[in-house]
Design a protein around this ligand. Structure first.
Ligand code: WT7
Length: 642
């Protein structure tokens, strides 16, 4: 691994230099509550909190609360508080799929649209604590629909537009959503996505939705159900542009976001109002440090946590200008990002390693034909960045003149935990560098030993932070079991990690049965259950294989019912099965038919062997003596090459 060190470029302007970062770390360690309450004071509170964290990771007194006596409304913090000074400042720049299909929304416009949505929710009987699902393209109305939930105290659950109707139905059912906001169609890379039609299919599977609000995006024809479906364009102008904000307790839930784990169906990750808001606002400021001159572009979709924290909430709480991009990196050509950066004057650009790898193979010309002179900071998120991609980002995109922030975090963490504070720390390509102030990572081994110094281990956190998830929706026990039992008293991230001699952290990837495909988290159990839903399939096991662009890809082993045999036609059907149950993002890269799977005598599948075979190894499988039938391994190896 490359251990090159890149010092912060001398002319990088930032409010936090090495001395300021030291002071923040010192304060966090010596006056912890004072430090956190000071971060909370970034927000406007209806009632300021007097208490910081109140948490325990131990079973007996398990619980996580932050700023619990405080009260606030998050839409007020994103909108109302800016109206006096920044009412006419651009809050969101919408950049559509076609270059130059751009709209600019000021803080005042976004405020008014949010209030309109809030009034519609109230008309439809949505009350504080009710769940609203949002299944939308990356259009400003989607941000308004989220902010309107915060305004009326409803809990939003945004579902990525790439998920199938069946996935939407599962989520509606799990959180018992009352209303859905969607659009007629999405439009990505020149292709249409039938969002409203998908919602109709989802509701057919799970008929408990009272109202569907349909925003016009493409103007494509959609079926409307009388008495249930409402066209936004029909009601918008009738709705008042003011709406009283609900005063929320800090610990009232703000949103649920579904994410995959190593077992079972997706978990509804619950974030609450005061702590999440504090952490999104604080980390946006520390890591990106946007000022009034900045145009901030995070390319993530609002269907993921990155879109929640760094397209919508973080930038808006800080009064920044945030770009909402409704396209893909390669449409209409591989220069889309850089052409758009120049045209919009983007100063801070934040994207995923997989996007960089897909652009890298197109060579430097699509980048260098644009000036990129407005860019002053680059960032990555979602998966480990290989040093080659980091160096390309640095040298070609950044012309070797701007810092890169490699930000490690998770849906569960609400915001960034390990990342350079640019201007304050030297960079090493492939390392997320060091924890942010107040964040306490530990590396532990399989025997629960906490490891010191330069070493590798499983990444845990010993102390809570305000943005930590509070529970799994409807299943608090699952929350505790999933994150706090592997290493009692610690939060276990599911990631492996190395710490070097300089105390830098190098995330090596998931150590559990979660696969990271293009920065999207896919649970092996979900893909397996989609595969076994096919009538000819007896059993399935999926593992990750390395992939040049996606980082990881899905390799599936499928055992058919006795007497059946595999074919390419069946592979197509199985692929379709996964698309139908989950979505195209979970489709396997390769399917191998296997007469049987390697199991221990107690029936546990040995994934270690499946991974090695998938990667093309033909020997060195280690101890196979615990297998019920060791000859299975040879069959698998033979099957891989056939
Ligand atoms: C998992 C979380 C955080 C928002 C996007 C993904 C991996 C994330 C990095 C990084 C190495 C990273 C981890 C983590 N990951 N960022 N900078 N370096 N790995 O959120 O879907 O909840 O996935 O993504 O494995 O556990 P998510």
């Amino acid at each position: 691994m490359s251990e090159a060190v890149h010092p912060v470029p001398a002319d990088f302007e930032s409010r936090i230099g090495p001395a300021e970062l030291d002071a923040l770390n010192h304060r966090a360690d010596t006056d912890t509550d004072g430090f956190w309450l000071e971060q909370a004071r970034r927000l406007d509170w209806a009632k300021a909190p007097t208490r910081a964290g109140n948490w325990s990771f131990h079973e007996a007194d398990f619980g996580i609360r932050w700023f619990e006596d405080g009260q606030l409304n998050l839409s007020v913090n994103c909108l109302d508080r800016h109206l006096a000074e920044r009412g006419d400042k651009v809050a969101l720049i919408f950049e559509g799929d076609e270059p130059g299909h751009t709209q600019r929304w000021t803080y005042r416009q976004l405020y008014e649209e949010t209030c309109r949505f809030a009034n519609l929710y109230r008309q439809k009987g949505v009350k504080r604590g009710d769940r609203v699902m949002i299944y939308m393209p990356m259009i400003p109305e989607a941000a308004a629909a989220m902010l309107a939930c915060a305004r009326v105290g409803a809990i939003h659950s945004v579902v990525f537009g790439g998920f199938s109707p069946e996935s939407v139905a599962g989520r509606i059912e799990d959180c018992d959503a009352k209303l859905i906001v969607t659009a007629d169609e999405g439009c990505r890379g020149g292709k249409r996505i039938p969002l409203k039609a998908n919602v109709d299919k989802a509701i057919a599977l799970c008929p408990r939705i009272d109202a569907v609000v349909v925003v016009t995006r493409t103007g494509g024809e959609v079926a409307m159900v009388e008495g249930r479906d409402i066209r936004w364009s029909d009601v918008r102008d009738t709705l008042p542009t003011e709406a009283e904000p609900e005063v929320m307790d800090a610990e009232d839930p703000l949103f649920i976001l579904y994410t995959s784990g190593s077992t079972g169906k997706p978990k509804g990750v619950v974030h609450t109002t005061g702590g999440y808001a504090t952490w999104a606002a604080t980390t946006f400021d520390w890591v990106f440090g946007a000022t009034d001159r900045d145009i901030f572009w995070c390319t993530a979709d609002i269907g993921w946590i990155t879109g929640h924290s760094y397209v919508v909430y973080g930038p808006l709480m800080n009064g920044a200008t945030s770009v909402m991009f409704d396209g893909i990196p390669t449409y209409p050509g591989p220069d889309r990002f850089w052409e758009t950066c120049d045209r919009l004057g983007v100063t801070i650009f934040y994207t995923a390693p997989t996007a960089l790898r897909s652009l890298m193979r197109e060579g430097d010309a699509p980048v260098t034909k644009h000036r990129r002179s407005s860019i002053r900071l680059l960032g990555t998120v979602g998966e480990p960045i290989n040093p080659e991609a980091w160096e390309w980002y640095w040298r070609v995109v950044g012309d070797g003149r701007v810092p890169i922030v490699d930000t490690w975090w998770q849906t569960e963490t609400g915001g960034i935990l390990i990342s350079p504070v640019p201007g304050a720390i030297d960079m090493k390509p492939g390392s997320a560098t060091k924890p942010l102030p107040g964040i306490k990572p530990l590396l532990v081994d399989a025997n629960h030993q906490v490891l010191e110094g330069a070493t590798s281990g499983n990444l845990c956190l010993s102390h809570s932070w305000p943005g930590q998830m509070r529970t799994v929706w409807g299943d608090h026990e699952r929350f505790f079991q999933t994150y706090f039992t592997a290493y009692p008293g610690l939060y276990f991230t599911g990631d492996g990690c190395r710490r070097d001699e300089d105390g830098y952290y190098w995330i090596t990837g998931r150590v559990d049965d979660v696969i990271n495909v293009s920065g999207h988290r896919i649970g092996t159990a979900e893909v397996e259950s989609a595969l076994v839903a096919h009538p000819l399939v007896a059993e399935a096991a999926v593992v990750a294989i390395p992939h040049d662009i996606k980082g990881q890809a899905i390799y599936a082993y499928v055992t058919l019912n006795a007497g059946e045999s595999g074919s390419d036609e069946l592979r197509k059907q199985l692929n379709q099965e996964v698309r139908q149950h989950i979505g195209a993002l979970a489709a396997p890269e390769r399917i191998q038919f296997a007469p049987s799977l390697p199991k221990t005598r107690s029936g546990k599948i040995m994934r270690r062997i499946l991974r090695k075979v998938a990667e093309g190894e033909t020997g060195g499988f280690g101890d196979v003596s615990t297998l019920a039938d060791p000859s299975v391994v040879d069959q698998l190896v033979a099957g891989r090459n056939s």
